[in-house]
Design a protein around this ligand. Structure first.
Ligand SMILES: Cc1cc2nc3c(=O)[nH]c(=O)nc-3n(C[C@H](O)[C@H](O)[C@H](O)COP(=O)(O)OP(=O)(O)OC[C@H]3O[C@@H](n4cnc5c(N)ncnc54)[C@H](O)[C@@H]3O)c2cc1C
Length: 506
């Protein structure tokens, strides 16, 4: 059978595309997903994010190469491998980013004004909602205000700057992944076929025209034919599939014995991500998730509260309150995101500290450092090797140090006094800028927002077509030329919404 569209990857972008394209009954679509269906209950309960962190049945669980600026540590990198992709395992925080991010891409028809209607459309479909109030967050917000940071009712409004509660991709206490929000309805249509446990291993070309996809399923290799092929495998797997199929840097392909279809030096290059460093605080009141899980009685109460009312600690995930701040007064927009997380654990996805505790984390918003992602073999089951290469520039390092100093000042402000017993980590050993930088090297990690390995304008054109080929597109986080300011699921979904309109208009 020949499909109008074959989409590789049912993640944030892939589910949006499958749903929008099949709204037109004339389009037949095959959606291939390497992972399983999203049946695990932990996917749908927001706090379950921590449970899915290392679960390799629904997560690719990648690791970077040893990072020079992080004392040679590898950065653990979860990525969704399940219907909904990373939107099924992410922290649910919903942030559009700043107008200047999109305007700065410099790609025709991809500025903020062009994307705004698609953010709005996605927000209606995802039913984005705001998190419940919590006394620790109220204290954090008051503390941030006392430092001159304005209150924000909505980080997705005209200005991102300020302190307040996050919006999230959950509704009535249940996760709204793109599988839930988009795919469920679309799957009832006869013109959509979804194949799970289907790992695409190669795009099939006739000369430079993509004509199909080869995939592995149940021990068999199957070839599906399509008029248009869309790769939505995410920031690491999309360049991997292009490189495996002969679209990538010539020397890399030849090293692995892959016939070159198109020498595309930028495939896999220009990787960006938000660098992230956490500080941990002992809380003097038993109001954190750490406290909730300490006794059976409190666990049971939390479970009942969720089961009966869809409220309480189980509805919160990767962040609760935040502050978007400028680390230097001369800046015209926030460059740091400070997270208040109502629990603490040294290892993300690991056991919570056995004391009342919360986390205050800092990530950079506009990033200069860039890395790359390359295949290590011609076998699709061998993960690519990648390097984030952060923090590589003086601006990136200085921003992190200043951001962490602001986070500490917020947590030490009088409004937080009732809740702070002590700074647990790093504690008093970190005082000077050099100490903070050492702490970044020791603790720095990803906040899970890799982008840009198949950038718009370099690997794909403004119609998201892979330059130098025909009938082949990439549509996912990898096409975003520079990581937007904040959590990027919103931007990925808006890009996919706009791409779907472009495809339907052709
Ligand atoms: C742990 C975690 C927490 C995060 N927290 C947040 C947050 O709070 N807020 C936020 O905005 N963003 C967050 N993000 C980031 C955000 O979720 C991602 O940037 C976004 O989902 C990426 O979308 P995508 O479509 O590019 O890729 P994905 O959603 O990752 O989808 C790619 C899909 O393609 C499939 N696939 C890959 N290769 C193949 C192949 N060869 N064959 C078949 N299928 C394939 C994958 O299995 C996957 O399902 C988080 C991400 C993670 C992992």
């Amino acid at each position: 059978m020949q499909y109008d569209y074959i989409i590789v990857g049912a993640g944030s972008a892939g589910c949006v595309l499958a749903a929008r394209l099949t709204e037109d009954p004339k389009n037949s679509v095959l959606l291939l997903e390497a992972g399983p269906r999203d049946t695990s209950p932990w996917i749908h309960i927001p706090v379950g994010y921590g449970k899915l962190f290392t679960r390799t049945d629904v997560n690719w669980a990648y690791e970077s190469e040893p990072e020079a600026a992080l004392s040679g540590r590898r950065v653990f990198t979860p990525r969704g491998k399940v219907l909904g992709g990373s939107s099924s395992i992410n922290g649910l925080v919903y942030i559009r980013g700043q107008r200047e991010d999109f305007d700065g891409w410099g790609v025709r028809d991809w500025d903020f004004d062009a994307l705004e209607p698609y953010f709005e459309r996605a927000e209606r479909t995802l039913r984005v909602s705001r998190l419940e109030r919590h006394e620790l967050c109220e204290a954090f917000i008051a503390a941030a205000r006392s430092l001159g940071i304005p209150t924000s009712e909505n980080f997705n409004g005209p200005s991102q700057e300020g302190t307040g509660y996050y919006h999230v991709t959950s509704y009535k206490g249940r996760r709204r992944s793109t599988a839930v929000a988009y795919l469920r309805v679309a799957e009832k249509r006869p013109n959509l076929r979804v194949e799970v446990a289907a790992l695409a291993s190669r795009i099939v070309f006739t000369d430079r025209t993509a004509t199909g996809v080869q995939y592995r399923q149940g021990g068999r290799t199957i070839e599906a034919r399509g008029k248009q092929i869309i790769v939505s495998g995410g920031t690491f797997n999309s360049p991997q599939l292009l490189q495996l199929s002969g679209v990538g840097p010539r020397a890399l392909l030849e090293r692995h014995g892959i016939p070159v279809v198109h020498d595309a030096p930028d495939v896999g290059e220009r990787l960006q991500d938000h660098f992230y460093v956490r500080t941990f605080w002992r809380c003097s009141k038993p109001v954190t998730l750490n406290d909730e899980v300490m006794t059976l009685w409190r666990k049971a109460r939390m479970a009942f509260q969720y089961a009966l009312f869809r409220e309480g600690p189980l509805t919160v995930s990767g962040g609760h309150a935040a502050a978007f701040v400028r680390t230097r007064p001369e800046l015209t927009r926030p460059d740091a995101q400070i997270y208040l997380i109502n629990f603490s654990a040294l290892k993300r996805g690991g056991i919570l500290h056995p004391h009342s505790g919360f986390t205050c984390g800092v990530s950079q918003l506009q990033v200069e450092s860039r890395g790359s992602s390359h295949i290590t073999s011609s076998d699709v089951t061998k993960p690519s090797s990648f390097l984030y290469n952060y923090p590589a520039t003086e601006t990136d390092r200085r921003m992190m140090v200043e951001g962490l100093k602001i986070a500490r000042r917020i947590c030490e402000a009088p409004a937080m006094r009732e809740y702070v017993e002590a700074e647990f980590m790093p504690g008093p050993r970190v005082q000077s800028d050099a100490d903070w930088l050492d702490y970044c090297r020791e603790m720095g990690e990803t906040v899970f927002h890799p982008t840009s390995t198949c950038s718009l304008g370099r690997v794909v054109d403004e119609n998201l077509k892979v330059i130098g080929t025909s009938n082949l597109r990439v549509i996912d986080a990898s096409v975003i030329p520079a990581v937007p300011s904040g959590n990027i699921n919103a931007a990925v979904i808006a890009v996919a919404e706009k791409a779907a309109d472009l495809l339907k208009a052709q």
